[in-house]
Design a protein. Structure first.
Length: 216
């Protein structure tokens, strides 16, 4: 029985689906970001100190997003171009103080939740089947070390079953969610199935599927 469900990437699909399933739109640090597994581990281990440092953020992917060189996190939604459709360095430098303040507040929310008595389910969507059971054990250790006494479990969602799932150890489980080509939100039925046995103190109501087919 969990009090809260918090996403740990990989990208926007996980944020959309967790909010749809739980009905909780409360923002968390890793929501709507594009980031690799190592960025999650290093960000938590470093207590969020290396994210969005001045002088470390620059346009990336032909100006479609901002890349934070300190954390290797890609920000597609927090920086806006002032002209045209692509970001420039001036856009990023001008907006950085506000974006940085937002993520500092979200880091504070993470700490508050981790230091509370709440039982949390953290969900990492391994969208490209890239990580291993050993990686998940390392992530759990990093969170437990950073927040002694924190009550939490990890849910590892892949496209296909892991070959080493039997080595995950306590407090970690896995599931699968198939890709939905052309639909950035993912497959609602697959995500519903992955959460079928998860229970929350405030029972979530599954929201109906959407028919959007846009990408982010």
């Amino acid at each position: 029985m969990y009090d809260s469900c918090v996403g740990l990437g990989y990208h926007c699909e996980s944020t959309h689906q967790i909010r749809r399933i739980t009905g909780d739109d409360r923002a968390h640090f890793f929501d709507w970001l594009d980031l690799d597994f190592e960025s999650v581990v290093e960000t938590i281990a470093g207590d969020f100190a290396d994210v969005l440092r001045p002088g470390m953020v620059e346009p990336f992917s032909d100006g479609l997003c901002a890349l934070d060189r300190g954390s290797d996190i890609r920000f597609f939604h927090d920086f806006r171009p002032t002209a045209g459709s692509t970001l420039g360095q001036r856009d990023i430098d001008r907006q950085l103080p506000d974006v940085r303040a937002k993520f500092q507040a979200l880091a504070g929310r993470w700490r508050t939740l981790a230091q509370s008595s709440a039982r949390v389910l953290y969900v990492h969507h391994d969208a490209f089947d890239e990580v291993t059971a050993a990686d998940l054990r390392r992530l759990r250790l990093v969170i437990a070390t950073a927040h002694p006494g924190h009550r939490f479990d990890l849910l590892w969602l892949r496209r296909t079953p892991p070959g080493d799932g039997h080595t995950l150890g306590p407090g970690i489980r896995w599931g699968t969610v198939a890709a939905a080509p052309g639909r950035w939100q993912g497959d609602d039925a697959q995500w519903n199935a992955a959460f079928r046995d998860v229970r929350f103190t405030d029972a979530p109501r599954l929201r109906p599927a959407t028919d959007r087919s846009t990408t982010v």
